[in-house]
Design a protein around this ligand. Structure first.
Ligand SMILES: O=C(O)C1=C[C@@H](OP(=O)(O)O)[C@@H](O)[C@H](O)C1
Ligand SMILES: C=C(OP(=O)(O)O)C(=O)O
Length: 407
């Protein structure tokens, strides 16, 4: 389904409740499968979290997790430890192009029985669950932090815990810290010194408790972009958010100051307000927050300023090659973009082509990142329901704050 966004203006004051963090939810769903004593609230209603929930309870021989990267990586580790369980773990055409060798080799080194059903290094995987007896492994840390989180999530169930040595520059560090914080919240002991992470074995976690998932900061990024592109005084309140977040994408609060967006935290909520119009060119290293790269590039394009984004080496192996997708779609709108395999440079521009049809490449973030363009020029978004991967009610929520959207 494609949708048309007419040139829009958002309400002067509005509020939006965003679903729970997909990253926190997928970790906690797995941990709850290992330690069923605790309860979860505000779990993400995203496709990826629903797929994770179902995969953890099904007894099917083939588990298909579609486009869900974290689910693919976390479940590879989970199924490897489920004694007696045999499963083929597969995904979408794109998932079969997203590398998983580093994780598979680390699990094999711990004793796992995993083979490739099609191409070496990529899903689908045939996994025969068994008791993993080893407890020390090294792996490359510069490709995806999801491999590291996957190992950490099962680590406390290994008889001797785990000692993980991270090789090379560590990418997406806040996601590793999120995993460790959640383990800490359920009472698992961990340490992270230099490049070595240890997790103590723990068969049972302490008392039953309720863990509340904070809402998704990557999803919040689209509202930062919307406020940045709105009139002075425009305010949007988002819930449920807190100042001390586990999510690295909460760095948006600092980044969007640059675009004249002022942030205040209230009880369980954050209010974004447009306070300044003039904006200078932007230079930013996003190796700790790769999922907001598309949002930021589109904000800069719509504001007519240049940006020089680095630390983007993980973008090529996400839902699509996000560097190529950004260049292609921004250039359709009239921008000028240079990319390498780890950076993006956008030249300043002073106009936006109208009624351009933005391709989304099965990537929720392409659809959502380009939506704020409608505050400057009418735009068409192709395959708009792709947003359900992380934020199923995105279009309804935009309509409610004033976007003019039609099918
Ligand atoms: O652990 C997680 O929840 C995630 C880690 C990041 O991946 P990489 O570590 O591959 O960059 C991020 O892009 C992804 O959306 C979610
Ligand atoms: C990269 C993402 O997800 P995943 O790797 O879990 O598919 C994302 O949500 O931007």
């Amino acid at each position: 389904m494609q949708i048309t966004l007419q040139k829009s203006e958002v309400l002067k004051t509005s509020s939006v409740k965003i679903t729970g963090s997909k990253s926190e939810s997928n970790r906690l769903l797995l941990l709850k499968a290992l330690y069923p004593v605790f309860n979860l609230e505000n779990v993400s209603n995203s496709d990826d979290s629903n797929l994770m929930t179902n995969a953890l309870v099904t007894d099917a021989d083939v588990v298909d997790i579609h486009h869900a990267g974290t689910a693919m990586r976390f479940l590879t580790a989970f199924f490897s430890t489920q004694e007696g369980r045999e499963v083929t773990l597969t995904g979408s055409k794109r998932m079969k192009e997203r590398p998983i060798k580093i994780l598979v080799e680390a699990l094999q080194a711990l004793g796992a029985d995993i083979t490739y059903a099609e191409n070496e290094g990529f899903p689908p995987l045939q996994i025969k669950g068994k008791k993993l007896t080893k407890n020390k492994v090294s792996l490359a840390a510069n490709v995806s932090s999801q491999y590291i989180s996957a190992l950490l999530l099962i680590a406390s169930k290994l008889e001797n815990g785990l000692e993980l040595t991270l090789e090379g520059e560590i990418t997406s560090v806040p996601y590793i810290k999120m995993t460790l914080s959640l383990l800490d919240q359920i009472g698992v002991e961990t340490s992270f010194d230099e490049n070595v992470i240890t997790v103590k074995p723990s068969n049972n976690v302490q008392e039953a408790k309720t863990l509340v998932v904070e809402s998704d900061w990557s999803s919040a990024s689209y509202y930062f972009s919307i406020v940045a592109l709105s009139h002075i005084g425009t305010e949007i309140t988002l819930s449920s958010y807190k100042e001390a977040s586990l999510q690295g994408d909460s760095v948006l609060v600092d980044i969007y100051k640059h675009f004249g967006v002022e942030v205040t935290f209230g009880e369980n909520a954050v209010t974004l307000k447009k306070v300044r119009l003039n904006v200078a060119p932007l230079e930013l290293d996003l190796k700790n927050a790769p999922d907001i790269a598309q949002t930021i590039a589109v904000t800069c394009f719509a504001m007519g300023i240049s940006c020089d984004l680095t630390g983007l080496h993980t973008l090529k192996i996400k839902e699509t090659d996000r560097l190529v997708a950004l260049k292609t779609e921004i250039e359709k709108l009239g921008g000028d973009v240079e990319i390498t395999d780890k950076s993006l440079y956008l030249k300043p521009s002073d106009s936006i082509n109208e009624m351009v049809s933005i391709a989304t490449y099965n990537d929720h973030r392409m659809a959502m990142a380009f939506a704020p363009i409608a505050l400057r020029a009418p735009v068409v978004i192709e395959d708009a329901m792709v947003v359900s991967k992380s934020y199923p009610t995105f279009w309804e929520d935009l309509k409610a704050i004033g976007f003019k959207i039609s099918e």
